[in-house]
Design a protein around this ligand. Structure first.
Ligand code: DC
Length: 202
């Protein structure tokens, strides 16, 4: 059985945590599609052309341990605005989405472009301040020296670029269920997401 859960939203809204938990609960496979753009962006930092970088991507590139840095995040957002880069990554994502046994994909354009027919679509958001607070904690835990204002500016720059680009901009699909996690702890957000999937599976 193929069954796709599409989870989109801006940076650090909690979609990755929700996606992993939903996948674990239902035994579905999970793809963090941001990693495709991060791995592509990372390759461009040494001067590789973005389209060649996307075309040459291999599964093991997604496991590199330096994909979570702020520099790579910005590079990912820049390459993600290039239509040929997005095209090079499309088939892999669509095949993953329709694999046997169910799949959860999280990103920016899963419900709108990659899987417009996904059985469940969620759009996870939170206020800028809440997202920056969460990302700051995560970066500090991983040893990065940064502060709230820098993280907030970084998120806003990325969201502005991701939302304003012509190719597959960040926006909720018309039929997406909105999950605002600003005032919600992560367990509540996960429970809501699981309930949506369970409703559709019945
Ligand atoms: O989800 P993330 O923060 O790891 O994503 C990094 C960047 O990749 C993000 O700023 C925009 C881009 N991206 C995208 O354009 N489309 C996706 N489906 C996932 C990520």
């Amino acid at each position: 059985m193929a069954f796709t859960v599409a989870i989109d939203g801006p940076a650090a809204a909690g979609k990755g945590t929700v996606a992993r938990a939903v996948a674990r609960h239902f035994g579905f496979a999970h793809l963090d599609t941001g990693l495709l753009y991060r791995a592509t962006g990372r390759r461009t930092l040494d001067g590789t052309d973005p389209v060649s970088a996307a075309e040459a991507l291999r599964a093991e590139d997604l496991e590199a341990d330096d994909l979570r840095t702020p520099d790579v995040a910005q590079a990912a957002s820049r390459v993600a605005a290039v239509p040929e880069v997005r095209r090079a990554l499309l088939d892999f994502q669509r095949a993953f989405a329709r694999r046997e046994g169910g799949a959860v994909l999280d990103g920016r354009d899963i419900g709108t472009v990659i899987c417009p027919d996904a059985e469940v679509k969620l759009f996870v958001t939170a206020t800028d301040d809440v997202r920056a607070t969460r990302r700051l904690k995560e970066l500090r835990e991983n040893g990065f020296k940064t502060d709230f204002d820098e993280v907030l500016a970084d998120l806003r720059a990325r969201d502005a670029r991701d939302s304003a680009r012509a190719a597959a901009p960040l926006k909720p699909a018309d039929d997406a269920v909105l999950l605002d996690t600003s005032q919600m702890d992560i367990d509540t957000a996960v429970d809501r997401a699981i309930a949506e999937v369970a409703r559709r599976l019945r």
